[in-house]
Design a binder for this molecule. Sequence first.
Ligand code: COA
Length: 417
Amino acid sequence: MSQPPLSGIKVIDFTGVQAGPACTQMMAWFGADVLKVERVGVGDVTRRQLRDIPDVDALYFTQLNSNKRSLAIDTKTTEGKEVMEKLIRDADVLVENFAPGAMDRMGLGWKHLHELNPRLIFGSVKGFNDDSPWSDLKVYDNVAQCAGGAASTTGFWDGPPTISGAALGDSNTGMHLLIGILTALMARQKTGVGQKVSVSMQDAVLNLCRVKLRDQLRLERVGYLEEYPQYPNGTFGDTVPRGGNAGGGGQPGWVLKCKGADTDPNAYIYFTIQEQNWARTCEAIARPEWVDDPAYATAEARQPHIFEIFDEIENWLADKTKYEAVDILRRYEVPTAPVMSMKEIAYDPALRASGSIVEVAHKQRGTYLTVGSPVKFSDFTPQITGSPLLGEHTDDVLTELGYNPEAIADMHAKGVV
Ligand code: COA
């Protein structure tokens, strides 16, 4: 392919932290011209958060803002707003994830944006949707994980609601927004008119929790959930309990200990007992006698003593590393994988070869490691480049907009840029 898929699409990235930047970063990977608009002298807060090198953009920022340009401008000044409005007139997409009401307070609400440029697509992330009683709240990832149903269903039954390490509230919402924006771009091809696309973090988390909602409805009808550890020996209340590491589908599974777990906290695999593969599973773990034993032969018969079965499998795993175990189990088509530590992920040669983990150049850092595109195309390979320094492209952008060097110098002197 000569041109990246989104080449020619101009995106104003008026976002911060993670949800918005994750969305616009993916647009940039796919070829859009993404201009990050940031506060003068401050920038996206993540530039300074959890820094590992003094005075150098934090990895939090660099990992969410690759392939972008940066314009530092005070959009609350008359001149700054004028620049913003020029950009808007010429853009295809504007994405923001400020606190509720911030865009209106800046005089850049949807009605005004639509008047300035009827073709513009306006992508917006908030913690809660407009109809929510909590629509005025500021929200970060974990807040959304709690509000969207993920936390109440994650963790162990004897512990508190638990947050996932995966950014279900943040990056996940950004991905939902991206789907919405691309859909609106397709709609615009037919109508010529842009629209506002809103995604709330609560809704985006909920969209990933649909099997838990399924379980709530099942629980209300039959009073128990047969694939949960609480069945049949424990008790159920009136809401979906935390199921530990139980599988969410109809196939029981659990995280099982392997050789080395005494010293390595991640020496585990996830083991799934696939109903249609029971005979081969028994063969794999050297328990052929279980195939026809009435206490083991059906899922129903196994469930009352499923943890004894997992204990037996752990005994089989005791002299095998997680990688050795997976190598044996794959031959018997057992759905399994090692629990990968972040260190293993960072240095995994296969993830590097596929471009899912990449090392990119950065003006201050030399290089940095980051997550590459999880989306693979047959006719296009995203090229990941480093994140911009704060205001690195301010003068270029102002020149492109027609400002002469004197006007640009004047804006610098006044602190507008
Ligand atoms: N020039 C001038 N002012 C600017 C600016 C610029 N270039 N860019 C932003 N600002 C202003 C905003 O207008 C806002 O001003 P106001 O408070 O007077 O209206 C101010 O900077 C701060 O905005 P914001 O970053 O939204 O506030 P915050 O740091 O207090 O809150 C969040 C951060 C993330 C909690 C909040 O933005 C939020 O809830 N966002 C929606 C949900 C979300 O995306 N959460 C984060 C997921 S990663």
